[in-house]
Every structure is written in C-alpha cells, then in structure tokens.
Design a protein around this ligand. Structure first.
Ligand SMILES: [Zn+2]
Length: 495
C-alpha cells in the first residue's frame, strides 16, 4: 500500500506511528508526510484520500474556519474604512513598495497573462505524459506524482550526488570570495579558542568579522546545524544595530546567521545540497543588508524595510549559486579538490526551469485570492469558499471539486493581525526585484565591482532611509521590470 515512498518517508511514518502508540505506519497532513505521499506513493487511492482531506482541512464542524474568516475580514475592512481607505489591501500596501492595491492587481494580472502560454504548454505536456502511462484523466492527486516521474525522465538530477562538492567551509570560502570581488566586502573568521573569540551559546557557533574596504563595520555569529532545542528553518537576527554616530564615529553592527543545514557526520565535514547552499547565501544577503547599513536612525536601518523589499538583498545572493563562473570558485570535491563535473552541473542548471510556469501560476493564485479577499469580497454576502475556488480554478492544472476549501487552512492570511494578508504578492514581487537587479549584474558582469559598489551604496547601505522605489530607481534608472524573472524561469525566449 505504501509502494513508491522513499525510505526516509517510510521511517518517518513508522516513527509517527510509534509516537502515537499504534502499529504500522502513520501518515499525516503535515507537510513532510503529505508531500512525500503526493510525490511518490504509487497508490492512487491513497493519494486521493490524502488530497481530499487536505483540501477540507478546517472546513467542517466542529473545526470550521469559515465563520472566523468572515469575521476577520469584516474587522479588517472596518478598520481600513475607519482609517479612510477603500479596503484593507489599500491600507496594507500604502506603506509597502507597491504603494496601493491597484498596483498589486496589475502586477499579478500582468504575470498571469504572460505566464499563461507556457503554463498551457506545461499542462498539456504533463497530461500527455500521464496519458501515455494509462492515466486517461489527470486529477489533482496525480499532478505531483507524474511531475516527479517526468522530471526524473527528463533531467536525471540527483541532488544527493552533488553534496561532496558543497562542503560548508568550501561554500563559505567561495561566498566570501564573491562578496569580496563584487562588493569589496571582506569577511574574516575569528578561530574558536583564539583571543578575539567571544563567549557563545553552543560549541557549534562560529564568529566572523566584516570589513567594508578597510573599515570594520561589524561582526556576525553563525549557528548552522540543527539541535533538538533549536528553532527550525533559517533566519538572520540583527543583534545590535550600529551605524554612524553624531560625533562622526561608527558603531559596529552585530548579527546572527542561523540555519538548520546538514551537519558533519563521522569524519566527514558538513556536505550540503544545492538548496542548502542557496539558503546560506540567502541569509548572508540579509546579514549584508544589516551589516553594511550606514543609516543613523536605527529603526530605519538595515532590514527594517517594507515587507515587499526586504527579500531583495537575500534572494539576490542566491543568483550567484546558479552561475557557473561563481560555482567554479567554490564547488570543489571535499576530498580530491576536483571541480564540479559538467555532467552533474548541467542537469541541475537545466532542471531549474522545470514546470516554472506551473509554480508561477500556483503563487499567482494565492496572491490573487488574497487580493480578492481583501478588496472585493463582501463578508456575510458572498460565499467565501465559492469565491476563492473560482479564483483558484483559473490557475489550476486540473478542475477543482465543488467542495474545495483550501482557504480554510491558508494560515498565511489569517494567523496574525496582518500576517501575509494583502501581502502574499510579496513573494513574486521580491523575485521580480532580485531577477531584475541580477540581470543588471549580468550586463555589467556578475563580478563587476563598479556596479556592485553602486548596489551597496544605493540599497544595502540605505535601509529604509528613503522610499524603496526611489532607491530602486536610483540603482537601475527605472522601476522594476518583470522580464528578467520571466526569462530566468524560461518563460520568455532568451534574447
Ligand atoms: Zn529571507
């Protein structure tokens, strides 16, 4: 019944059963378990059961979120109107880079229109692939399963096989070499046990000093590996915000890079997947935003910028991990020192755009639904499930069942007073920014110091001391253009 599931997923399901005090395997709707089933389980009925359960999460008595959603949105609307806004989306976006809800609507609609042709091609291809294998009618619970088969057949990427080329120390060395070349920023590790090494909270923690040119601007701690009592995921903390003082001096910044990447095993160093390499670059981008700030007002310094702007410095850094000349700087086998062979690298680079239109449409569907809920939807009058379903079906690979209720478990929008409400578009917005800025780097040369310094001086050093759109226009001489993202995703012909 569980055929197809990889050993790690089976082991997790057995552990889950043991923890629950039952025999056999226990599958849940938690992401790791659910995603493994949808992607790998050969049993179509099992996939259908899981998929249907997932789409009815928090939609049935006694745990029906519908009345709560109506009430939350009604209260948000009331608040926005009391403050003089047409709707909640205008209220939220006024302080964001987008500026107003209409701009967000046009942004999403433009990407939708321009992605649709590639989306239709990808859907037709997946349907044909499934049909050849006896699946007459592709259902929602078939999409991930056939996609995985198609991806394997087409690209044959083995993410695990790349690990020996991505030792953590090699990755750090390469990343520091890149920021030295591009930004003129130097990073120096303070070895554990040496006199300058500070007190730390765990023996894994490392400490680095950061120099902008000749001047020391700050330092950061790095805590890379998981521990039972440590929060999951990866993030950056601004421990101390420094900056220029009134007396002309400069207070150093202090930050923390935290992650949960693969730890060393036995006498083997920490060997990362490419995704983990991206994570390290991403969080280091947030750190640079913090550490290179020259804003005297601390509340406007570093990463204290609007939500749809804060991921530009982090996501921008990820781009270098996809560039062959950059990978050549650091992707070396941890034992032999050999560079990453082309037959491993090329499939990874090609697979980057696999089903990019489908992924784009999925994000656009969430963003568009979020915007609909916080602009047009009338609580108490409109049927919230039907309205959301209608929006989502426009972006869906397969038809959706009538009782589709995904919005009831869409915690992004409802888990806080604002949370991602009227802000889900920010994911795509930030991608447009990072692809756009990186395409400017490509024009100047991805290691070009001149443009790198301009980026430091207009974006990284300036925090929220000016409107983000102004800073952006100062950097590129124009407003953001989505072409670069569409090109990077393979959705536009590369000129
Ligand atoms: Zn981030």
């Amino acid at each position: 019944e569980l055929a197809g599931l990889p050993p790690t997923a089976l082991a997790a399901a057995r552990d889950a059963a043991a923890r629950a005090g039952v025999e056999g395997y226990r599958l849940t709707l938690d992401a790791p378990s659910y995603i493994a089933v949808m992607t790998y389980a050969d049993n179509r009925e099992l996939r259908e059961t899981m998929w249907r359960a997932q789409t009815r999460l928090a939609a049935d008595e006694p745990w029906d979120n519908r009345p709560l959603i109506e009430e939350i949105i009604a209260l948000r609307q009331e608040k926005a109107r009391m403050l003089g806004y047409t709707h909640f989306a205008d209220y939220v976006t006024e302080e964001r880079m987008a500026g107003n809800a209409d701009r967000v609507r046009r942004f999403l609609a433009d990407l939708e229109t321009r992605t649709r042709p590639a989306f239709e091609r990808e859907v037709a291809e997946l349907r044909a692939f499934a049909a050849e294998r006896g699946c007459a009618e592709l259902q929602p619970w078939d999409v991930a399963w056939y996609s995985e088969k198609l991806r394997r057949e087409r690209y044959d990427v083995d993410e695990e096989a790349l690990r020996p080329w991505f030792s953590l120390d090699g990755v750090l060395e390469g990343m520091f070499a890149i920021v030295d070349r591009v930004f003129g920023v130097r990073v120096e590790e303070v070895p554990q046990g040496s006199s300058g090494f500070p007190e730390v909270w765990h023996p894994d923690v490392r400490y680095f000093r950061v120099f902008d040119g000749d001047s020391e601007v700050g330092a950061f701690y790095a805590d890379f590996f998981p521990r039972p009592d440590k929060r999951g995921g990866a993030w950056m903390n601004a421990f101390i915000t420094g900056g220029p003082r009134e007396d002309g001096g400069f207070d150093p910044h202090v930050g923390l890079l935290c992650a949960n990447i693969t730890p060393p095993a036995g006498d083997q160093p920490a060997l990362l997947t490419h995704r983990e390499v991206e994570t390290v670059f991403h969080e280091f981008g947030h750190l640079l935003h913090h550490l290179l700030s020259r804003v005297p007002v601390h509340s406007l310094a570093g990463t204290n910028v609007p939500w749809d702007f804060v991921e530009l410095p982090s996501q921008l850094m990820e781009n270098w991990t996809w560039q062959k000349p950059a990978l050549e700087l650091f992707a070396r086998h941890w034992q032999s020192g050999e560079p990453l062979p082309d037959d491993l690298l090329e499939p990874m680079l090609r697979a980057r755009t696999f089903q990019a239109a489908m992924q784009m449409m999925r994000q656009l569907s969430f963003g568009t639904m979020d915007l609909w809920l916080h602009t047009e939807y009338r609580p108490g009058e409109d049927d919230v499930l039907a309205g959301c379903r209608a929006v989502q079906e426009r972006f869906s690979i397969t038809p959706l069942p009538d009782d589709y209720a995904m919005v009831c478990a869409f915690t992004h929008l409802f888990a806080g007073p604002v949370a991602y409400a009227a802000g889900y578009y920010s994911y795509k917005w930030a991608e447009v920014l990072d692809a756009d800025v990186f395409s400017a780097f490509e024009q100047h040369g991805i290691f070009d110091r001149g443009f790198g310094r301009r980026y430091v001086d207009t974006i990284l050093a300036r925090g929220h001391s000016a409107d983000p759109m102004e800073l952006y226009v100062e950097l590129l001489g124009r407003e953001p253009d989505p072409d670069a993202l569409l090109r990077r995703d393979g959705l536009l012909p590369t000129a």
